[in-house]
Design a binder for this molecule. Structure first.
Ligand SMILES: [Zn+2]
Length: 395
């Protein structure tokens, strides 16, 4: 049964659909049933679109069912929108369709403003306006509370949590945190690759020069705690992380990274990404304060390698403190970007791996089952841990 609005099915709808097939097909063979069930669930997950691949080619019904039941959330997903006046509000994006293809029920929809000089605040406001437009175009809304996330799931409605990667837009203006909250921001990455004009803390890929978290960074964390914005310490070096954890009264995230014991098999990539991986001690200090670490898909050449990297993080900080934070783009680069920077494997959520034959979250669930995770553990990593922390930080 498809939701007339979205084509997306809630877990109970999918399970119910599977049961109906069992009853309705009577004497059909298991193989026929499996094919029918996959078709029904896969078509629902794909939102009626005609993809280049089909979930049923690659996955068994149990995987499809658990993926639907656990309603994955990607806690760090980039959506490319225009940041400057030229080309605003950008081409219409099929946000809902790509989420359905991916099998994700929600994403932390993020963007960064620090690749161009000057006026980070203007770019921030433009990006939010462009995202307003994309959400409206897709008939979607930002979830502002845990209750919103629950309602979206109940109504089979894909949703987003508004995030930003790097607080460059603040430019020393603390009152802009509340302004951003008013525009729907609920998940703030303090840092990104380059320092803000008024820096918040030392970035792990740069030479440390600030002594960790700055006084402004500390006041931003306090303001996030006061308002109800989840603080994300991705890109923070160890000292900044330690100081931020002392400052925050709420659990925090590192939304997208991997353990430095899991550099992958590509020596060149491993060397390049090494500064962006974290040690066990840094992961533990976040988990010990109730937070979580999102494992990204980078350095994982296959879904099984990705599940292995998740397992490595779970072995260090426990299953209650790990999430999925891909650092991919749900929508591949817009055509004007693509000319300069052709999309490559690993860049997009539904193209995270070579010869990908199914949507992202379906493959992750499949690989997690194959590496011994239970459906309960997949639910925690796929959704539950983020919801718990979001609830504690945002409400
Ligand atoms: Zn990042």
């Amino acid at each position: 049964m498809q939701s007339p609005q979205s084509g997306w099915q809630s877990p109970t709808q999918v399970v119910a659909g599977e049961r109906r097939l069992k009853v309705g097909t009577g004497t059909c063979s298991r193989r026929q049933f499996v094919a029918s069930a996959m078709m029904a669930i896969g078509a629902a997950a794909l939102g009626g679109a005609r993809p280049a691949w089909s979930q049923r080619d690659a996955l068994d019904p149990r995987t499809l069912r658990i993926a639907a039941e656990t309603s994955g959330i990607d806690i760090h997903n980039h959506i490319d929108v225009p940041l400057t006046g030229a080309g605003m509000l950008g081409p219409d994006l099929d946000l809902k369709g790509e989420m359905q293809r991916a099998g994700l029920s929600a994403i932390c929809m993020t963007f960064a403003t620090d690749y161009q000089p000057g006026d980070a605040y203007g770019r921030f406001l433009n990006a939010l306006a462009a995202m307003d437009h994309q959400l409206q175009h897709n008939g979607m809304k930002r979830s502002l509370t845990v209750a919103d996330l629950a309602a979206a799931r109940r109504n089979s409605q894909p949703t987003v949590i508004q995030a930003v990667e790097g607080a460059h837009f603040l430019e020393g203006h603390l009152e802009r945190v509340e302004e951003a909250y008013g525009r729907g921001l609920r998940h703030l990455g303090l840092l990104h690759d380059s320092d803000a004009t008024v820096p918040l803390g030392d970035v792990y890929t740069n030479v440390p020069r600030l002594g960790g978290l700055t006084a402004f960074g500390a006041s931003v964390i306090q303001e996030c705690n006061r308002l109800g914005i989840l603080v994300d310490l991705a890109h923070a070096n160890v000292q900044t992380t330690e100081m931020a954890l002392k400052q925050s009264r709420r659990p925090v995230l590192i939304s997208h990274t991997g353990l430095d014991t899991q550099p992958g098999s590509d020596a060149r990539m491993a060397q390049m990404m090494r500064p962006r991986l974290i040690g066990k001690a840094q992961a533990r200090m976040v988990a010990d304060r109730g937070g979580a670490v999102g494992v990204w898909t980078r350095l994982s050449k296959t879904p099984l390698e990705y599940a292995t990297n998740i397992r490595a993080m779970v072995d260090v900080i426990g299953v209650d403190h790990v999430c999925i934070g891909t650092d991919t783009k749900l929508i591949p680069a817009a055509p004007d970007h693509a000319a300069q920077q052709p999309p490559h494997v690993g860049d997009s959520t539904n193209g995270a791996w070579v010869n990908q034959r199914a949507g992202f979250y379906f493959l992750v669930v499949d690989a997690m089952l194959k590496t011994g995770f239970t459906s309960g553990e997949i639910e925690k990593i796929g959704r539950g841990n983020y919801l718990r922390i979001f609830g504690e930080a945002v409400g």
